[in-house]
Design a protein around this ligand. Structure first.
Ligand SMILES: [Fe+2]
Length: 247
């Protein structure tokens, strides 16, 4: 059991990826090994792991009772994800990966992530036509946050050798786009358990991965920062407000 104290309450996270906030159990959506098989580096390397293994749990749309109107009015959603401390064969545990649709002009919706426990490595890629124009790797430690800029798809890797608990804040006005990641068997690079990055042969271009060290400034925590200044996060639905700042 892991205990995490945040502005929005006390989180109790168990090894089975269940989550209680202020004593109330949240209802998750699960991703199992079966779901993630299409994007794995080496499917044969997970043959001993049951396909029903839950590799991460998603708790979408959390808010305290007094704050639900703020989220609704600002068309924003606060989610928490708990990722298991397991390897997927030769790879570290990771999410399926997705892009976001366009929000305005040619800019897609951005997203904010804050690591609440453990360490995450975010694999970001910008794809135009069939080409990967940029591939960025962001290591994010407990308490830190990053912005997924407009135009980037993303995969989260649990790189901390522990459970990973992270929060994200995003527009509630779209559905994530998974098809391109599934069609291409994952991101343009795979992050393996030994820390190496292997190009995915399904892509025709592989720009050298660059380190993205820039963090998104957090005052208290993502939830508190949003609820105390909701208009500061208008860029979640209007990406032109941040496109130049974080490109
Ligand atoms: Fe996303």
């Amino acid at each position: 059991m892991i205990l995490i104290k945040k502005s929005f309450g006390v989180l109790r996270v168990s090894e089975d990826l269940s989550l209680l906030i202020n004593g109330s159990r949240l209802v998750p959506a699960y991703r199992t090994l079966e779901d993630i098989v299409p994007v794995l580096y080496d499917v044969d390397s997970v043959r001993d792991l049951p396909r029903s293994t839950v590799i991460y749990s998603m708790y979408r749309g959390f808010s305290l009772e007094g704050h639900s109107t703020i989220f609704k009015n600002k068309r924003a959603r606060f989610d928490i994800t708990v990722m298991a401390d397991i390897n997927l064969g030769k790879e570290l545990n990771k999410t399926l990966g997705h892009y976001h649709p366009l929000a305005e002009d040619s800019l897609s919706y951005p997203e904010l992530y804050q690591v609440l426990y453990g360490e995450a490595t975010y694999l970001l890629q910008k794809k135009v036509g069939g080409d990967i124009l940029d591939f960025a790797v962001a290591k994010v430690k407990e308490g830190e946050a990053i912005l997924i800029p407009p135009g980037y798809g993303h995969v989260t890797v649990n790189s901390g050798r522990s459970l990973l608990v992270m929060a994200n804040l995003v527009s509630d006005s779209f559905q994530s786009l998974y098809d391109d990641y599934i069609k291409n068997r994952g991101a343009a690079y795979y992050l393996l358990t030994d820390g190496s990055m292997v190009p995915n042969p399904c892509y025709k271009s592989h720009p050298a991965p660059r380190v993205l060290s820039k963090k998104f400034p957090i005052s208290k925590d993502l939830y508190s920062d949003f609820t105390s200044c909701p208009s500061c996060f208008d860029f979640l639905n209007r990406p032109s407000l941040v496109a130049s700042r974080f490109s």
